[in-house]
Design a protein around this ligand. Structure first.
Ligand SMILES: [Fe+2]
Length: 595
């Protein structure tokens, strides 16, 4: 049985394909059309998934859509009476989803009747829950989804057992932890879609001195719910202003906070205004209030479900700082967060929801993130030969052991290395197949990377990858974090050993690398450890203000226009000749990229 999951007409458009209960492929449209957080119909992603399954669209048995416009219809109707523009928007959404068969058929240049697949609509949060639990290693677990908004709800919790889940509670519009975080992110001057993680990084510089006020903005409601102080927000009065129908541009979200928020907390920061201690303290207070609510919900869910394993999904599950506190604050002992915990992951969740609804068994767990496009050695060589002019770089082709040892030597020598291997990662994190790597022991490496390649705000931390066997030696908690979804404290005596990816509060958003999940990357980290005594690297995504590179052409292009020293693609090692180095970035460019 072949099931195609499609997250369409929503940010993080993506597709996934499940064949006989096994995930075969999954990719976000942004990696293929190069539009960050692309919405619209993910036609390229669908094509990729079909290619990986060796199938034509006409051979697919089921198409799972993680959206049910008919969900919570009563609540939507009540809201529509007060907000006619919302009603018009809902009608547009319903029409759009009603026409998805025609849209897919048109994209593949076939008639709608030629698609013999049965279409299924899976409610947004059920798809989130399914995206976490059904691919987790747990037979039984508590499951929680928290995001901005989907199908008029923002939060749902459940208990899962085998191929089934039982919903325990939900929170509907207008209350939303995701919107809370996005609204305060805007208030702090960060308006781009997806900027929330910047404010999470900013919070480490401050103290939660505004926590009392924030407890009026968001508060827990036992046993596992919460409420917003709606007077601090405007979206529920003016209608959510979110633009994500167009696949050709990054979504935009309009202002979510009210004048009352500024009255209580002071004027909002302008995007070009310098950050100061007040902003740091506001960010710390916002994060602390979120954590208070999450801890209360997690504990309530633990009591009600009686489980010691927890699965998380929805955009809030990317709050690795909060996730890192689960173990000390709740009875949960094991936590699983799928690499694409946000809306891209809905495609996987919807597909598995259909698989299990049809009686399929639990026979799959996602223990690695490498479900995207991969390229053969000959394809990589052809790109290198075609693209690189002679004299730009010294090129060598190496067997695996020599490749790993040579790359490790470059990292230990302080070089910045582009590392392009195997299949692209599923989800927003580079996890050792489309990564830029550097020596974590060098305190100056963060600034060097920002100056030469990444051009990010100076306050944002970088992350380490470490072999799982050494995690306990360097971190105060050794719980697996294969998808960089937990921040744990670095042991105080080890902070000087990995200063570059250690954040100002002494934590790091680590990736633990197992030999089974990524043998080549594991060998590289071990080889770095053999040279330096630290089996870890600083790992940042292979890109420069763009979606993470997907193809060899994009990797080579990024290598050529930035000041990366070395590019390792497949078995090829390209070392930039010093005369061919790209010019120094000017400070002006850095300033322009600050927001
Ligand atoms: Fe969502």
């Amino acid at each position: 049985m072949m099931i195609l999951g499609v997250n369409a007409y929503h940010a993080n458009a993506a597709a996934a394909i499940v064949v006989d209960g096994q995930l075969v492929a999954a990719v976000e449209e942004e990696r293929l059309n190069r539009v960050k957080y692309a919405a619209g119909l993910p036609a390229r992603a669908i094509q990729f998934c079909l290619d990986q399954a060796g199938a034509k669209l006409t051979e697919v048995d089921h198409i799972a859509i993680p959206r049910d416009p008919r969900a919570r219809m009563g609540a939507k109707l009540r809201y529509s009476m007060r907000m006619p523009s919302f009603a018009i928007d809902r009608i547009r959404v319903m029409r759009r989803f009603a026409g998805i068969r025609e849209d897919i058929a048109a994209a593949f240049e076939i008639g709608p009747a030629e698609i013999r697949a049965q279409f299924h609509r899976i409610e947004h949060h059920h798809a989130h829950l399914a995206s976490a639990f059904f691919v987790s290693p747990f037979d039984r677990a508590a499951v929680l989804s928290a995001d901005g908004l989907g199908d008029f709800a923002s939060f749902m919790c459940a208990v899962g057992e085998g191929p089934e889940m039982r919903t325990l509670g939900e929170v509907a519009f207008p209350h939303s932890l995701g919107i809370y975080y996005t609204a305060l992110t805007q208030y702090l001057g960060f308006w781009k879609f997806g900027d929330e993680y910047k404010v999470m990084g900013l919070a480490a510089y401050g103290q939660p001195t505004y926590l009392e006020e924030f407890r009026h903005i968001v508060r827990a409601s036992p046993p596992f719910s919460f409420r917003l102080g709606l007077e601090y927000f405007s979206y529920q009065i003016n209608g959510p202003d979110m633009t994500w129908r167009d696949a050709s541009r990054t979504p935009v979200i309009g202002r979510l906070f009210s004048p009352y928020l500024e009255k209580r907390l002071g004027p909002a920061r302008q995007p070009d205004e310098p950050l100061d201690q007040r902003h740091y303290d506001l960010a710390a207070s916002m994060q602390a209030a979120l954590e208070e609510v999450l801890v209360a919900c997690w504990n309530g869910l633990a009591r009600r479900s009686g489980q010691t394993a927890l699965c998380l999904a929805g955009g809030v599950a990317f709050n690795c700082v909060a996730n890192g506190k689960i173990f000390d604050s709740t009875p949960f002992e094991q936590v699983y967060v799928q690499p694409a915990a946000g809306d891209a992951g809905l495609s996987v969740g919807a597909a598995f929801a259909v698989h299990h609804a049809a009686g399929g068994a639990r026979e799959f767990s996602m223990d690695h993130a490498y479900w995207g496009p991969r390229f053969s050695p000959s394809a990589i060589q052809a790109v290198v030969d075609r693209t690189l002019s002679s004299g730009e770089a010294d090129i060598s082709e190496l067997a695996e052991t020599a490749l790993v040892e040579s790359t490790a030597r470059h990292i230990a020598d302080g070089k910045i290395v582009g590392w392009f291997q195997g299949a692209a990662e599923w989800g927003p994190r580079a996890l050792g197949n489309r990564s830029i790597l550097a020596d974590p022991r060098r305190p100056e490496m963060k600034d060097t990377l920002n100056r030469r390649i990444k051009h990010r705000e100076a306050f944002r931390p970088f992350a380490p990858s470490i072999i799982e066997e050494a995690a306990d030696e360097f971190f105060e908690r050794a719980h697996p974090s294969p998808f960089m979804t937990f921040a744990f404290p670095v042991r105080p005596e080890k902070r000087s050993a990995i200063p570059a990816p250690t954040h100002v509060d002494g934590t790091a958003r680590l990736q633990t690398v197992s030999r089974s999940a990524n043998p080549l990357y594991w060998k590289l980290l071990r080889s770095v450890g053999d040279l330096t005594g630290v089996p870890a690297v600083l790992n940042t995504s292979f890109n420069d203000n763009e979606p993470i590179v997907c193809t060899p052409e994009e990797a080579l292009d990024c290598f050529r226009r930035t000041r990366m020293d070395v590019l390792v693609m497949g078995s090829f090692l390209l070392e930039r000749r010093s005369a061919a180095a790209a010019p120094e970035e000017s400070d002006g460019r850095l300033a322009n990229r600050a927001n």
